[in-house]
Design a protein around this ligand. Structure first.
Ligand SMILES: [Zn+2]
Length: 334
C-alpha cells in the first residue's frame, strides 16, 4: 500500500511495563566481593521533609540482561536473525572490530553501513550498541530498564545482607595459598520492589543514520515487537529468567502495561497508587494529544501476568500495523 505521506509512521508506538514484585532471599544484582568489606547496591531515596533513606536497589542493567537472555529464545521462535555471540548470551555490543566480526561476521563498520549490520542481529537492533574503532557510532537502545527500588510503603523494611560462602577461585593455586577456595560475600535482598521497563516499538528495524527501515514494514516490525514483549514476560514470570548465577525467586504482586500512540510512560510503580495514577494520566494524555493509550492491569483486570501480556501483544500488533501502514514505507521490502 502506497501513501502520499512523507512520514514513516502515523504516530510512534510505545510500550511501558510497570510492576511490583516481592523478592525474598536472592541476589538479583549478583553483587559479590572478596575480603572483609562488601559494598552493596544502595541509593538514597527522598522520603519527604528532610529525610532520605539508604535503601537496597537492584541494578536495571541486571534486569535488562535477563530480558536480553529471554530475547535469544523468543527471537529464535519468531525466526529473527541473531549474531553468533548474542546467540550464546555474550552481549558485547560491537565495541571492537573483533566483537563485530565474531557477532555478525563483518570486519568493519561505517556510518552508512549500520543497517546492513543491524539486519544480521536483532539483539543490537533492540538493545543498541557503541562502536568507536574508526567511525564513532552509537545506536541507542529501544529498550529501557529502570533501576528497581523498594516500593514507598516498604522503604524502611527492605533489607540487604552479605551472605558468606566459599568458592573456587581460578589462579589462586599459583599464589601462596594451598587451596583454590576463597571466602566470598554475596548480597542477598528481601523486600517489595518496583520496576519499570519501556520500549519504542515503532523504532525496531529502523536505522537512525539513514532514517530507513531495513526490514519489511509493518510485518517484520510487529514480529520484533512481539519478541521483545514476550521476552519481558519471560523475565518477569516469577523472575525465573534471573539465573545468571543464582536464581532469584519472586512474585509479581501487581502490574500495569501501557500500549500507547505517541510517547507515554506509566507512573512510577514505587507509588502505592501507580495503577490509578497511570489510568488517570492516560485519560488526560488522550484529551491533550488526541492519541489513544491502552492500559492493561493485573490483578484487577487480568487473571495472571500472562493474560495481561497477551492483551498487550494484541493491542501492540494493532497499533503498529495501523501506524506503519499509514507511513510512506508501508509494504516496502528493503
Ligand atoms: Zn548481536
Amino acid at each position: 500500500m502506497k501513501s502520499d505521506k512523507s512520514t514513516l509512521w502515523e504516530y510512534p508506538v510505545t510500550v511501558g511495563v510497570a510492576f511490583r514484585v516481592i523478592i525474598n532471599v536472592a541476589s538479583p544484582s549478583h553483587e559479590a566481593a572478596t575480603g572483609e568489606y562488601t559494598e552493596h547496591k544502595k541509593a538514597p531515596i527522598y522520603y519527604g521533609g528532610r529525610t532520605y533513606l539508604d535503601v537496597p536497589i537492584i541494578s536495571g542493567n541486571a534486569l535488562r540482561r535477563y530480558v536480553k537472555e529471554a530475547l535469544i529464545v523468543t527471537a529464535e521462535k519468531h525466526g529473527l536473525p541473531l549474531g553468533n555471540l548474542c546467540r550464546k548470551g555474550i552481549f558485547t555490543h560491537w565495541n571492537t572490530k573483533r566483537d563485530l566480526s565474531n557477532d555478525v561476521g563483518a570486519s568493519d563498520l561505517a556510518v552508512n553501513d549500520v543497517k546492513n549490520h543491524l539486519r544480521k542481529c536483532v539483539m543490537e537492533d533492540v538493545a543498541g550498541f557503541m562502536y568507536a574503532e574508526g567511525a564513532s557510532i552509537v545506536r541507542f537502545s529501544r529498550l529501557h530498564v529502570a533501576t528497581m527500588k523498594p516500593t514507598y510503603e516498604s522503604l524502611s523494611q527492605a533489607k540487604v545482607y552479605p551472605i558468606q560462602f566459599a568458592r573456587h577461585v581460578p589462579g589462586k593455586e599459583g599464589g601462596k595459598g594451598k587451596s583454590g577456595q576463597m571466602v566470598f560475600r554475596v548480597e542477598h535482598i528481601s523486600g517489595e520492589f518496583a520496576g519499570l521497563m519501556t520500549f519504542d516499538a515503532h523504532l525496531l528495524g529502523f536505522d537512525d543514520y539513514t532514517q530507513q527501515y531495513f526490514v519489511k514494514v509493518p510485518d517484520d516490525v510487529v514480529e520484533r515487537a512481539e519478541a521483545v514483549l514476550e521476552a519481558m514476560y519471560i523475565a518477569l514470570n516469577r523472575l525465573g529468567a534471573m539465573k545468571a548465577r543464582s536464581m532469584t525467586v519472586g512474585d509479581v504482586t501487581s502490574l500495569t502495561i501501557t500500549v500507547a500512540q505517541g510517547l507515554f510512560t506509566p507512573t512510577d510503580p514505587a507509588r502505592r497508587d501507580y495503577i490509578e495514577s497511570t489510568v488517570n494520566e492516560a485519560q488526560k494524555y488522550e484529551e491533550l494529544t488526541g492519541w489513544k493509550v491502552n492500559v492493561i492491569t493485573y490483578p484487577k483486570e487480568s487473571a495472571g501476568i500472562a493474560e495481561a501480556f497477551t492483551k498487550a501483544k494484541e493491542k501492540l500488533g494493532e497499533l503498529l500495523k495501523e501506524s506503519l501502514a499509514g507511513g510512506s514505507n508501508a509494504g516496502q521490502s528493503p
